[in-house]
Design a protein. Structure first.
Length: 154
């Protein structure tokens, strides 16, 4: 269940707090293959299951950028901001891929609100540290500081 903020201004009170977790998502070979097709990244460690069995991970692995892109799938499950005209994905400050995501793994995201500030034009900008976990693994698959802007409703 998402942490809900009734207005963008309410975000300030949650700085430094963990906002919760998304649902688990299984990483399938079909998802990996579709990402490879969309991006043109057909490296064998992602798309060749037979060769990957003999490779360093024992199976195909998700692209790091596939894992990163799934943050957009996870965040709405973790946090909702009401009272906005729109939300804008403004970018990221930091991105790491500490561990590979083998095909068949389940991943989820947890999020911590790191910073909130009001920017020019009255939008509220947040920095949320998203940690994508691999079920049963110690090291995370992805850690990213996302930056979002929430434009208050008129």
């Amino acid at each position: 269940m998402a942490t809900v903020f009734e207005t963008p201004a309410d975000l300030e009170s949650a700085v430094g707090k963990h906002l919760g977790y998304s649902d688990w998502l299984e990483i399938t070979q079909d998802r990996i293959d579709r990402f490879a097709e969309a991006t043109g990244d057909h490296q064998w460690i992602h798309v060749d299951p037979e060769r990957a069995k003999r490779g360093p991970f024992g199976a195909t692995i998700a692209h790091g950028y596939l894992t990163q892109s799934l943050v957009n799938h996870f965040l709405p499950q973790i946090v909702e901001v009401h009272g906005i005209a729109m939300g804008i994905n403004y970018g990221a400050d930091r991105l790491r891929f500490p561990a590979p995501v083998p095909v068949g793994s389940r991943i989820r995201a947890g999020a911590e609100l790191v910073a909130v500030e009001t920017v020019k034009g009255g939008a509220v900008q947040t920095k949320v540290r998203v940690t994508v976990e691999i079920e049963g693994q110690e090291r995370p698959a992805c850690v990213i500081d996302t930056i979002s802007r929430y434009v208050p409703a008129a």
